[in-house]
Design a protein around this ligand. Sequence first.
Ligand code: FMN
Length: 141
Amino acid sequence: MYSLVYVSRSLLPSGQAAAEIDSIVNVSTARNAAAGVTGALLYTGTRFAQLLEGEEAAVLDIMASIARDARHCDVVTIDQGPVAARRFSRWSLVYVGHSTFAAGIVERALAENGEPDGYALRNLMRLLQELARPLAPPPEE
Ligand SMILES: Cc1cc2nc3c(=O)[nH]c(=O)nc-3n(C[C@H](O)[C@H](O)[C@H](O)COP(=O)(O)O)c2cc1C
């Protein structure tokens, strides 16, 4: 199992962001499922942060497509390598909209890029995991 986290800068005009992200989610849900890739995408209004996990070749293949995408720029991989187990059971969109709180966490993770076991990177991963947590099943009637 291989995991990759990148951060990028959104080029989406704010009026079109919701529609474009809908289309990204539609393409990604199908393509990632077919490739056995899970993870989470965070959008803060100015930045994207995404974690992808799966077979190394599948993750790198999808990452190559993402890196070519003109809807964002300054794509920086801040963490990648083998992991013991999958942390996300499905692919999910974590948040859409302006959040200075989430944007701050992403900025700090980017600033710390390359530091082994960086605190800010772990904070970003925790935010992704917390917000992407699958909904609990409905209570029994
Ligand atoms: C921020 C962002 C995240 C994306 N995440 C994914 C993803 O997880 N999976 C995916 O298949 N495409 C994703 N895309 C879309 C790809 O960049 C690309 O448009 C799509 O995979 C089609 O690939 P192709 O242009 O190489 O045919 C994302 C695009 C952006 C801008």
